[in-house]
Design a protein around this ligand. Sequence first.
Ligand code: ADP
Ligand code: SF4
Length: 692
Amino acid sequence: MRDPRHDILFTPLQIGPKTAKNRFYQVPHCNGGGYRDPSAVVEMRRTKAEGGWGVIFTEQTEIHPTSEITPFIEQHLWDDRDLPALSHMAEAMKSHGALAGVQLAYSGINGPNLYSREVPLAVTGGPILTFTSDPVQARTMDKEDIRNLRRWFRNAFRRSQQTGFDLICLYGAHGFGILQHFLSRATNHRTDEYGGDLTNRSRFLREIVEDARETTKGELAVTLRMSLHEAGAYGFSNAELRDFIAMHADLPDLWDLAQGTWEGCSGTSRFKDEGAQEDLVRGIKELTPKPVVGVGRFTSPDAMVRQIRAGILDFIGAARPSIADPFLPLKVQEGRYEDIRECIGCNICVSGDMTGAISRCTQNTAFMEEWRKGWHPERARAKGPSESVLIVGAGPTGLEAALQAARRGYKVTLAEATTTLGGRVARERTLPGLSAWGRVADYRTGQLAPLPNVEIYRDSPLTPDDVLAMGADHVAIATGATWRRDAVARLHLHPIPTDAAMPLYTPDDLMAGRSPEGQTVALYDDDHFYMGSVLAELLVAKGNRVHFITPAVKVAEWTHNTLEQATIMRRLLEIGVEIHLSKAPEAIAAKEIVLGCIWTDRHTVLPTEALVHVTSRTPNDQLYHTTKSLDWRAAGIKSIQLIGDAAAPGPIAWATYAGRNWAEALDQPDQGDALTFRREIAALAPEASLLP
Ligand code: ADP
Ligand code: SF4
């Protein structure tokens, strides 16, 4: 039964000419698939409709080829040929009574046009401002360009209506949308009627909202996605935003508030708590009669209700919580709180967009696999002819494998060597800033507990003979990996000469509570993700003086893809970590390290009392190989597979994916060399060659 305090989340609310059935508002979010993987995106959005969201949006939809953000893959609405894919999307979004929204974007100073090769047009010209420092400048728009831009927007409004969307979102947040560029004195240096005071800087917004109403005859709701705060002396500050809203209280049908940069908006749980934008949003509702939506990685219905009761928000905006659990609204509605799969705030989903790959989610293994592989976030396909499975190891891989196999109907035995379920997340959740990662284990252990077809054995390190004796039809070995002690990784493909007197530590040692003796500790990071900087924080908290050494030009350089790199750098500097970039140990003596420069032959000597290697991991695959060398078929076993970190160490999302992939493949007919997922290939155009 639902707690009556949560009823307010299910009261309908009007957005201009439309009415949302509840307060769950899936704000626009990228997915790394976009125009390249239309059906994958459609089915992903369909699961959100099924899961009960009141409003569902597309990702950024680029309205004209003079502004596109390749290599990031979003949606296009460039001409009528883009309509079928977007119509299909709108239809899927509305399939369970949600309102369907399209986010229209023109990126101005943010779009390098690497694909279209058009000259970028900006409010004020200058170098393109993106993650990638493209060597391209934009031209300042003249009045004719602005008239053209209004016409391109009108074309997009007409097409949005034709495709069946209910809501149009005009993008002016995260530094990505031209509306923000007009409003901000940082990006608007114009001296005509579109520049100068706030009234002038707001002119374009007033014009295009009017254009949207006129073009759609007022039949579609028009929302404004606004930057909550842009930092810097010239940035569109929170105070200016409030002035803008007070001046234009009735302009849109809804105010959608998000941070001034994507990094600021979508911070990881390591650096930002649930509801972190509250201070910037509080009081804005009093400035306008129109509904307000805001985000904050909300996963707790109590926190959501508080936002509404306290008059901060009308709608609970969510991107990541809707990715991690597309069924969040339905679960709250039905009072199934324990079934909520909470986002862990790791930003692996973001990394899919940042790398131009298709996105994945650590928690929701079905994300973007709904169409490609037919995976559903809640349901599993029926089991095949086999009856039982044994899974060895209860880390993220083993837990997900067990859960999905159990949902399919197999009799599941899960054996774990230690007394704790969770494997690496049970350890990593104790590190500074990573407590939310424990949700990977909590959700799965909570779901497994009541299932009658699951038996879990803790404190049970299995031997090869144990595996044979269990008599399961299928066996998954998910025994994880161990951090290396010899610094072998990317730079050093062989061990570094090391004096045995130097005290060496690995992340496993520190997570097990072993503290380096002495005060000065060097940490060598050739992993480049989160672990090195997290351990640096841990060591500083324990009173160590820390030298952070990396062969890269930035600390934790892969965290650029999770939007954390700058924050990590700031944190390390603030806590007094000494950073050595483009350096790596070449020889390790008893009390010092010889550091080599990556670019030159120069060397420096760094005295240290201990050294922590955060480099790479060795798969724990002995159990697998020994068992495979025995006559396992004679024990009645049909298959044995090595999965997750025990096969190939990677991020936690790779582990949960591996667990699901194994469980989904059970009893599937052998497809030979056929592709294991569906994909779409661009159709050849009927037009003849244009070559002279
Ligand atoms: P992954 O990320 O692939 O799930 P983890 O390292 O998180 O890998 O988890 C592996 C789990 O396997 C750990 O909890 C570990 O205790 C357990 N394990 C390792 N060897 C055995 C074994 N022989 N029998 C049972 N459990 C094991
Ligand atoms: Fe949340 Fe991580 Fe999933 Fe993104 S990948 S939705 S941050 S759990």
